[in-house]
Write a protein of this length. Sequence first.
Length: 387
Amino acid sequence: MMAGGRDLQLDTLRAFAVTLVLYAHFLAPGGTSFLGHLGVRLFFTLSGFLITRLLLEARDGAQFAAGPALYSFYARRAIRIFPPYFAVLAFVWFTDLEQAGSSLAWHALYLSNFWYAHRNEWTPWLLCHFWSLSIEEQFYLAWPLIVLLAPRRRIEAITIGVIAFSLAYRFYWPIAANPALARDLLPPASMDALACGALLAVRRARGADVPGWVRRGWPAFAAVFLLVVGSDPGPADSAWEWPRWLLVQVLPLVPLVAIVAACSSGLDGRIGRLAELPPLLALGRISYGVYLYHPILLAYVVKAQPWIPLNVSEQGPGRFLVAGAATLLAASLSWVLFEKPVNGLKRHFPYVARPRARTPSEARGFGATYPRAQAAVDLRPTDRSYP
């Protein structure tokens, strides 16, 4: 189930999540779909689990020190995330594509979610998907401080508290009766999914797993979620509008945690073999690029409509086929030529160091009083938390 220290089946979950997003943006009628939102929530749950697991494993290292571990974490995240992210921003600035240049400072500071929440509209649409990347980055800034610096015995309680706060935050909006974008874009609205993934990692670190009620009951939660999504929301300000919104946000958490738990442990049998099909694993590896680039490619595909025999100007199969293929090609080239080589720099930023092997003279006692610098050894050489 594992290869080179990476969870293969979690790559397949990334592939599934990004496919849901592409479906919502390229194929779903009306340009919106609950499946796209579900894909983002799956990314958040994965990130919370993988980042927390990675940090806890670093903390368990014999030579662990919080300062170097924090430094290495931030350096490795920057190496993985920043190059393609800022390349997209530079491209948008240089071309002024869809007149998106006016908000670039917000996106460069990873404040996209605050930008759209403040304006209460999805403009510029070209970078609207950056709201979730901003949430991720805000999580990356704060969460390692908790996992690496808080008392170990308190981390699980803190994680549960974050989930409770996020859930409580949702109940503010029905009271305020304000369906502004802020209700979905401010950080507390996504902390439940991130912290649910983190809680799974914390429980695993102490030898536990998902509770039995989650393992047995997640299909029921999924079924109720589908029923709620398929229900008629009714007119604005109806009695069902706010409960429906709350249920759509909360119900998927249990199935998402159960699925991440199962895939991180490794599914067996036919399902396990399907979850390790090479095309799915390949899509999972490039999912960050797919997510980053797909609106850019969509903009150019729409501009090229006069030369494309299929209808790409509207949601539908033509757009999904053409824009999807262009996105996969761009993300694949980006991974092979750009992202993967840059990721090699992570080897310079290990989380934990251990003493190097002693020389013969040191073994005989010489130099024992003043040991030389430790050699760095990476305990988790392939962390790939998002997407």
